[in-house]
Design a protein. Structure first.
Length: 117
């Protein structure tokens, strides 16, 4: 899983293997070996909309069960949501299937999606 941050935006790009793990285990995760380690979790849960929550050094993005199942089992590319914060600000969440990079032809494309609509 690739994770990208910009101003009030979180983008998670999910590889095929991540999607399979999400489908079978209900979550997938990646981390950066800092001290302490910084972890990113994508999970499926009983929530009405996608949500992002930070606890300690772990960012967890939870997808609603029905939306996640539809996304996982279809050619749908992504799930997008604006999460309102307590202070009125908004966090943009974008969770999408990972496609090969056109500008890196040497990249191993075996674990990426191709040809989805």
């Amino acid at each position: 899983m690739k994770v990208r941050f910009t101003d009030n935006s979180v983008r998670m790009r999910v590889r095929k293997s991540d999607l399979n793990q999400l489908k079978t285990e209900g979550q997938t995760r990646t981390h950066i070996q800092l001290q302490p380690a910084l972890s990113f979790v994508l999970t499926i849960g009983d929530t009405p909309a996608p949500t992002a929550q930070m606890q300690g050094s772990t960012l967890t993005v939870t997808l609603p069960r029905t939306a996640a199942q539809q996304w996982v089992n279809s050619e749908q590319v992504g799930i997008e949501h604006e999460q309102e914060q307590a202070d009125g600000s908004r966090i943009h969440l974008l969770i999408e299937k990972d496609f090969p990079c056109a500008h890196r032809p040497q990249e191993d494309k075996a674990d990426t999606f191709e040809g989805l609509s």
